[in-house]
Design a protein around this ligand. Structure first.
Ligand code: ADP
Ligand code: MG
Length: 701
């Protein structure tokens, strides 16, 4: 960073120690450079003038040119205010000042021509602007009327101390006056600047604050957004390269025993093309001598488990042990059942270790594990504990990874001399663009195909008035031998009320579906884990017809005979959660249904969520919509990704820029992995200064 830009903010003309403190505390502006990167959040076109009769509260900031009418003090005491008006050929609009009325009234010159600038609001059926910026036309800065005015975020505190949007703009202007091109040198490689026809970094900085016109603003944005993405990508890809060259991985050469036999004799169905492709991708990884870190994304029901098993068999064929970690006991149990069923009498020994495996049984498992007698160990985070020691672990599968903390995942790396290969599986699809940033240091595989013969789930959106019809439909389905889920929201802040709703729902269901014809289960977060499990198992065995539950059943549970998922107060769920819940049905050969129950009044977002669910079953489409509605900050895992460092670029809408940046970053690192070429020096220096505070991401598996 140039010497000029590293100046502390209080040195800038118009700031000083007191205001400097304020800027530091309130806006995190410590240096000139911080102010330079305090980008406007939007711009106002100062070339456009509105007429009084065009004013509308839908408008944000507007400017009107006209003659100032007389001024008048109105009201008493605290309600006292100064009222005036601006008149053009179409009418007069009111202007109001609540503070500093005396002072303003002295400064204003009725009868003169003014440009009035502010945000209109409606009051008593009329429009007015409170505390407008006023400028005499005769004294206007001509420059101002030709450009865009930047708008900066401030806080109330900062505003009260005299730093409103306008004065922040002035500060930036002062900063710019002392700024030379040498302060903002080019950091991108000349070839990149050339290829994308980027404006210079200096010009971009000037135009992001004070754009001459729309086009220069767009060009400045394009360049700076690219820079943000590019920096993150080079960083992430650099970490990946580092990991792969520094940390060797086990070579899993042989597949002539378990893997081949399983594939030829035990596999009961033809793998989908997507499953084959992903298995091959993993196969390639484990032959390289580098540690694999691969994320497999696949929608619910896409068949990730079999891929996990087959890749674990590769490890076992080479004398290693494998482990599979699931986020809940129920899921671990289910994986254990599925895997033992898949392998049948093939040979490898599969065991289960969870919190509820205790005493003698646990001791035996731990001992056998250490002696290498167990080939595949399935479990919950119990697997991470220090007491769990493997003889020779070579491959770890983590299911539903977003449920695990970073530290938990990293702990698995320590279980052998070299870190085992890591396969992370998730049924919460994230958009490619996001995955590229979030997991830029992982390789990504996608199972984008469902096994054949599945009937797409039909999703319907019902309002409360259809409740009777709903009950009729449930009875019909139960008569056909199927089972039904009914899910209620459960949110921490609202726990008591939610619990009440759930229990009321449960009671009304037991009334509408009475014994002995109907049996109803209930599962919620306040039950003991063993009771929950027992109730889930009862439903899974088909002993109850209806499962009333909270979102505890969201993850992974497999009851193929359940064909109806009813989601109560669906407007209160996020999209990805709705999709996960829907994924609990549609696992058998029968037609399945998902019914979203909502109240009549829906917010726009809730309506979009419901419509999206009705329209598509594709988890990736849903995740794209989700990202647009919520922004990346709310998505799982964004905190640790550096994603939130983005100031201008938006992961939801700038996907194409991200792709370009990713591509360019890959090219750069292929050409010069350690950034040692002279033309890459500036960028390397920039990277070093930019990331000096960030944690080492390389240990995130
Ligand atoms: P998920 O990706 O949600 O973990 P699972 O691995 O549980 O999905 O698979 C869902 C169901 O599909 C299981 O019953 C599994 O046996 C079955 N399945 C997986 N792959 C295939 C395939 N290629 N053909 C037919 N059925 C398959
Ligand atoms: Mg699964």
């Amino acid at each position: 960073m140039s010497r000029y830009l590293s100046n502390p903010i209080e040195y800038l003309k118009g700031v000083g120690p007191q205001k400097g403190d304020l800027l530091k505390k309130e806006l995190s502006i410590f240096s000139y450079d911080d102010l330079l990167r305090y980008y406007p959040y939007r711009y106002i076109d100062r070339t456009k003038f509105y007429k009084v009769n065009e004013v509308d509260t839908d408008l944000q900031y507007i400017q009107i040119k006209g003659t100032l009418t007389g001024t008048q003090m109105v009201g008493q005491g605290r309600a006292m205010r100064l009222v005036s008006g601006i008149r053009d050929e179409t009418g007069t609009m009111e202007l109001v000042w609540f503070q500093g009325a005396q002072w303003v009234s002295k400064a204003l010159k009725p009868g003169q021509e003014y440009v009035v600038f502010g945000k209109p609001t409606a009051f008593n059926g009329k429009y007015n602007i409170a505390h407008p910026e006023m400028e005499l036309v005769t004294q206007m800065d001509p420059e101002k009327l030709t450009g865009y005015q930047p708008m900066y975020n401030t806080t109330e505190k900062v505003k009260q101390k005299g730093f409103d949007n306008k004065s922040l703009g002035k500060l930036v202007k002062t900063l710019m006056e002392g700024l030379g091109e040498q302060d903002i040198p080019e950091i991108l490689q000349p070839s990149i600047v050339q290829q994308y026809q980027f404006m210079s970094r200096y010009d971009a900085m000037v135009n992001i604050h004070f754009p001459v016109d729309n086009k220069s603003l767009d060009r400045a944005l394009a360049r700076l957004k690219f820079e943000e993405f590019f920096t993150i990508q080079v960083k992430l890809l650099g970490l990946k390269n580092h990991r792969q060259t520094q940390r060797g991985g086990y070579v899993l050469e042989k597949i002539d025993n378990y893997f081949d036999t399983f594939y030829k004799k035990y596999l009961r169905f033809e793998l989908t093309n997507a499953q084959k492709r992903v298995t091959k991708e993993i196969r390639r990884d484990v032959l390289t001598g580098k540690q694999m870190n691969r994320l497999v994304q696949g929608d619910v029901g896409s068949g990730k488990t079999i891929v996990a098993l087959m890749t674990m068999l590769m490890a076992i064929d080479n004398g290693f042990q494998a482990a599979m970690m699931a986020p809940t006991e129920i899921l671990a149990q289910q994986h254990f059942n599925t895997l033992t069923d898949y392998v049948g009498d093939l040979g490898p020994r599969v065991d289960l270790l969870t919190g509820s495996v205790k005493g003698k049984e646990r001791k035996l498992i731990l001992q056998d594990l250490k002696e290498g007698k167990i080939d595949i160990l399935i479990g919950t985070h119990a697997l991470i504990e220090d007491t769990v020691q493997f003889a020779n672990i070579g491959f770890v599968v983590i299911d539903e990874q977003h449920r695990f903390g970073v530290a938990q995942r990293a702990a698995l790396w320590e279980k052998n001399d070299r870190p085992p290969h890591i396969l992370v599986m998730t049924a919460t699809p994230i958009p490619r663009t996001l995955a590229m940033t979030l997991y830029g240091d992982l390789d990504i595989s996608v199972i984008d195909e469902l096994p054949p013969g599945r009937k797409p789930i039909q999703t319907l959106h019902y309002f409360e008035s259809k409740r009777l019809a709903l009950f009729g439909f449930m009875k019909q389905q139960i008569a056909l031998g199927r089972q039904v889920y009914i899910v209620y929201p459960m949110i921490k802040e609202n726990e008591k009320l939610d619990y009440q709703n759930l229990m009321e729902g449960y009671e009304s269901i037991t009334r509408a579906f009475p014994l002995p014809d109907y049996k109803v289960s209930v599962v919620h977060g306040q039950m003991k884990s063993a009771d929950k499990d027992a109730e889930m198992q009862r439903f899974a065995r088909g002993e109850t017809h209806i499962m009333v539950a909270t979102t505890v059943i969201e993850v992974g549970v497999n009851v193929p005979n359940a064909s109806v998922m009813i989601i109560e107060s669906a407007e209160r769920f996020g999209l990805s959660q709705l999709h996960q819940l829907r994924g609990r049905v549609g696992r058998g050969a029968e037609q399945s249904y998902c019914i979203l129950m909502t109240g009549n009044k829906l917010s726009t977002d809730a309506r979009i969520r419901c419509n999206t669910m009705v329209e598509t079953n594709d988890g990736f489409v849903i995740s794209e919509v989700d990202l647009k509605l919520r922004g990346p900050g709310d998505l799982e895992g964004t905190q640790q990704s550096g994603l939130l460092d983005l100031k201008l670029a938006d992961i939801g809408t700038d996907g194409n820029i991200l792709q370009e940046a990713r591509f360019a970053a890959t090219q750069l690192l292929t050409d010069d992995p350690k950034l040692q070429k002279p033309e890459n020096m500036p960028f390397r220096q920039y990277l070093a200064s930019h990331y000096k505070h960030s944690q080492d991401w390389s240990v995130i598996s």
